[in-house]
Design a protein around this ligand. Structure first.
Ligand SMILES: [Zn+2]
Length: 450
């Protein structure tokens, strides 16, 4: 008997938790946190009490009660008894929050399989963020081409293009046939060839089941999306037609986007100013020779921006150890203020206070290279625009999504042609019915036989 159960990512975008069972072998694919996780009960400073492990989350049914999955200490105050591991492995498709976060609760005896690059992302997040801790695990890294045998199952990771490097889909060979799991993927990024290869490989398996992401599966797409190439071209137009500083903001793990802006800087003979955190992440990721990213310590085009901290004098001791390694590349607000026309600056929303010291010239462009806000009452968006208006800056919205368009989902599903299709990571499962009669409408936690 081979079964699939979906504990997350059902009728929601993100939070994938997919449990495969094959005659006693149990494997979990992704263990991420929903974007709306606990929002009905926890807000602002009211949050689950760390000392209570899973107790406060179980109270509101925020995590599934799966036997033999969780660490002993996480269950200590709950009424759910600890059991020795009954899950043989966890596979992570990529390092986005909504696919990995909950591994922090998992029993350290259960091995976690992940891409070489995904491991580097997790390390970087733990090392540079004060509150990120995935806890101890036995990590086993993979690349495309590996075949990993776990009990009765062989898992083949195959790279895909997504808005983070080292993203994978999986070909899962069970004792009753193959299941294809897409993870998150797109066809309009710089490595479309990777996603195409994944689809081809998936099709060749003549799979019994396809677990397919459907982030952009909607009747009508409300937000404007470009390809990565278009984002780069349009950013280049903005930069080449101004003599002012250009600010950009993007998702911190989207290295394709950072590379696009880096390319624009090179083309316009400007330098790019990044934060120590981004420099640290780049420094990590260049350990993976497949990723083709600039070295923050060696690349002449890269400056690293240091905020004033503690003593206010840019003293080494003011900064975390991990921040200090880029001090040779240091620029300060004074430097940026004086050299505005020769710079592109990567500036996260939460660092906007730096604008007070930088004093950008009137009309300086700001490129918002992230999703447009979900609602018109978005408070953060209103604050962002207040800041831009205050400094007389010019707003541009330019983003390429990490996900397939609706028509592309249709092509992928038709091409792979599985006997059963399970739509995950989507708010619109029912629209898959219009593509294929094989679409199953998933109910959370229900068991589906393959
Ligand atoms: Zn993702």
């Amino acid at each position: 008997m081979v079964t699939l159960r979906f504990f997350g990512g059902v009728n929601e975008i993100g939070g994938n938790k997919i449990l495969l069972e094959d005659n006693g072998t149990r494997i979990l694919f992704d263990f991420g946190q929903s974007f709306t996780f606990g929002a009905d009960y926890f807000t602002s400073w009211l949050s689950p009490r760390p000392i209570n492990g899973l107790k406060d989350r179980f109270e509101f049914g925020l995590l599934p009660k799966i036997r033999g999955l969780y660490a002993k200490e996480q269950l200590a105050f709950t009424d759910f008894p600890y059991a020795e591991p009954e899950v043989d492995a966890i596979f992570l498709s990529h390092a986005h929050f909504d696919h990995v976060t909950h591994i922090c609760f998992v029993d350290p005896q259960i091995p976690v399989y992940l891409g070489v690059g995904t491991k580097l992302f997790l390390e970087s997040m733990e090392e540079t963020s004060g509150f990120c801790d995935y806890r101890k695990h036995e990590y086993c890294t993979f690349r495309t081409g590996r075949k990993i045998k776990i009990g009765n199952v062989v898992v083949e990771p195959v790279h895909v293009d997504h808005s983070i490097p080292a993203a994978y889909g999986f070909l899962i060979h069970t004792s009753r046939g193959t299941i294809v799991y897409t993870g998150d993927l797109r066809m309009h990024g710089p490595r479309r060839d990777l996603s195409e290869e994944f689809v081809r490989r998936g099709k060749e398996c003549e799979p019994d089941a396809l677990v397919c992401e459907g982030t952009r599966m909607a009747l009508k797409e409300k937000r404007k999306n470009y390809s990565e190439g278009q984002v780069e071209r349009m950013s280049n137009e903005i930069v080449s037609s101004t003599d002012k500083i250009v600010f950009i903001t993007h998702y911190s793990r989207d290295m394709d986007r950072l590379r696009s802006f880096y390319n624009v800087a090179v083309k316009n003979e400007r330098n790019i100013v990044i934060s120590p955190k981004t420099a640290y992440l780049l420094g990590k990721l260049i350990q993976d020779e497949h990723l083709d990213l600039p070295d923050p310590l060696k690349d002449e085009r890269i400056h690293v921006y240091y905020k004033r901290k503690k003593s206010g004098t840019y003293d080494d001791a003011d900064y975390f150890l991990w921040e200090r390694q880029f001090m040779d590349k240091m620029v300060t607000c004074e430097f940026v203020q004086k050299n505005q026309g020769s710079l592109i600056m990567d500036l996260d929303f939460y660092q906007f206070a730096e604008l007070i010291d930088i004093r950008p010239g009137k009309g300086s462009p700001f490129i918002h290279s992230m999703s447009e806000p979900f609602s018109e009452e978005d408070i953060q968006d209103a604050v962002l625009h207040n800041w831009l208006d205050h400094f007389g800056m010019q707003f541009h919205q330019l983003h390429a999504s990490g996900h397939l368009k609706r028509e592309q989902i249709g092509s992928l599903v038709t091409e792979i042609n599985a006997k059963m299709v399970f739509p995950v990571h989507t708010e619109n499962q029912h629209l898959f019915k219009q593509i294929t009669k094989n679409a199953q409408m998933i109910k959370p936690e229900k068991e589906y036989g393959i």
